[in-house]
Design a protein around this ligand. Sequence first.
Ligand code: GAR
Length: 214
Amino acid sequence: MLSSEQTPLSLVVLISGRGSNLQAILDAISEEGLPARVEAVISNVPDAQGLLRAKKAGIPTAVKDHRKWPQRELYDQQLIKVIDHYAPGLVVLAGFMRILTPQFVAHYSGRLINIHPSLLPAYRGLNTHARVLEAGETHHGASVHFVTAELDSGPVIHQDSVAINREETAATLQHRIHRLEHKIYPQAIRWLAEGRVELVEGKVVVDHRPTANT
Ligand code: GAR
């Protein structure tokens, strides 16, 4: 459980690619007074663009290339070692495209969050934008959630949606959802940093009240 007295909240951010959500978090810290500090950025992909964003912001980076530890359990153990060196209050998955072992998830129970481009529990997995269009949905969105052992699942902390336009393509929808993500991820981290949100017995509790959507 996160401590409400921990201000600023220390974060370790895990990425695999572009790192635009990492950038949104960094911008919210420097420009909007988000009470958090990114202690380190870790990538499983050596040339992830997000690593350059971290370096530019003067944040320590580490690469743990999953190809060097083909066994998932061993890889996650390595990852835990690197993360725990920074003793973060919160581990933030920001486009970290790996399935995590139950051991990893349990180790960070209540302080491991993820962002996913869909209105969870709908559309877990990949290519959500194209799948949502194919299914003829009227709305699409993004969710921030506590991580559980199942892929893209776990109690939702924050969610927002957009209406789908007639002329929408997967690319335009992805762009719009990304912009949404850049708002809701820093917002959810703020709630956590302020001690307004916590995970109690597998349910999200906001201001000491359980939410309806968990
Ligand atoms: C984001 O759209 C995020 O929601 C998604 O990866 C993208 C990373 O973008 N994550 C997942 O699909 C997790 N299942 P970014 O590297 O620019 O932040």
